[in-house]
Design a protein around this ligand. Structure first.
Ligand code: AVI
Length: 293
């Protein structure tokens, strides 16, 4: 309600991920235009030995996100962690991931934590050095201030961190990744309204809104919006919201960082940048950080 009452209506992107939204996101990751997942997977495969060396074998692996991905599996195989703690806001995604991973790695102690990692977390005390893993460039969905807060909190959870971040690049490539030809990203964006209808008793008509995504070069971010195609009123429970034709709800930012830009962000939050690994095309980076003393 607060977000929809702002002059520029806005909703936090973490609400995309109900069961349907999480499924749609998995579909996005397999789209030909969405290079992020493939680039991160290929850099992880390419550099797994040196990534493993940086993280250290026998650690506790804390992953922000549900982690059923191939990247997580590669890392688990390379690190042989003593424990694996996936943290995710979506209980359904967390359950699925934990079940699949315990089948693949029966020797692994898995402690799922259902929580919103954009807030302070209550984690079990570590028994071994803890390494935090935050793949997928999800940090890009936070504002730089939120990203600073997140990293500062993560510093208290783990002495080392592996963090996947999308690099700055040609705007056309970025544009295509967030405006895929099959309309999956549009469905992912619009599901937010459907979710509000289902869970909060609202009457958004999805055909009266359109997905809109563009690269804001000045701020180094993709912005996703839902644009009202006509002047209309929408009811959510007892509340009413008016939309002008062309007015939008800002639903997501996806910040892109140069290596230097990310290094500065990490340093301000108390992490020392040690090194980064990249895919052959230089699209995506995985950064290795250590907590500064
Ligand atoms: C999860 N996150 C990193 C994705 C991104 O690229 O910002 C979410 C997404 N939004 C549209 N497509 C994918």
């Amino acid at each position: 309600m607060a977000g929809l009452s702002l002059p520029q209506k806005a909703l936090p992107p973490k609400y995309f991920y109900d069961a349907k939204g999480s499924k749609l996101f998995e579909k996005i990751c397999r789209l030909p235009e969405y290079y992020l997942t493939r680039a991160e997977l290929s850099l992880t495969r390419r550099h797994i030995a040196s990534i493993g060396k940086f993280a250290g074998r026998g650690c506790e692996l804390l992953e922000y996100g549900s982690g059923e991905s191939l990247k997580t599996r590669l890392l688990i195989r390379a690190l042989r962690p003593k424990a694996y703690l996936p943290v995710d806001i979506s209980a359904s995604a967390l359950e699925r991931a934990a079940a699949q991973l315990s089948r693949a790695f029966p020797w692994l102690r898995i402690t799922p934590v259902a929580a919103d990692f954009s807030r302070p977390l209550d984690l079990p005390a570590p028994r071994h050095p803890r390494v935090a893993y935050f793949p997928g460039s999800t940090i890009g969905n936070l504002t730089p201030e939120e990203a600073h807060g997140f990293l500062a909190r993560a510093r208290a959870h783990a002495g080392r961190m592996l963090i996947g971040v999308d690099l700055r690049k040609d705007a056309n490539l970025l544009h295509a990744a967030y405006n895929d030809s099959r309309g999956v990203t549009a469905a992912f964006n619009l599901n937010l309204l459907d979710r509000i209808n289902r869970e909060l008793g609202a009457d958004f008509e999805l055909r009266r809104f359109a997905h809109y995504a563009f690269y804001n070069a000045a701020l180094g971010r993709i912005e996703m919006h839902l644009v009202s195609l006509e002047k209309q009123k929408v009811r959510i429970g007892r509340h009413r919201f008016a939309f002008e034709r062309g007015e939008s709800i800002h639903t997501e930012n996806s910040y892109k960082y140069s290596i230097e830009g990310f290094r500065a962000l990490a340093a301000n939050a108390g992490f020392r940048w040690q090194r980064s690994w990249s895919d052959r095309e230089g699209l995506f980076a995985l950064h290795g950080l250590t907590a500064a003393v």
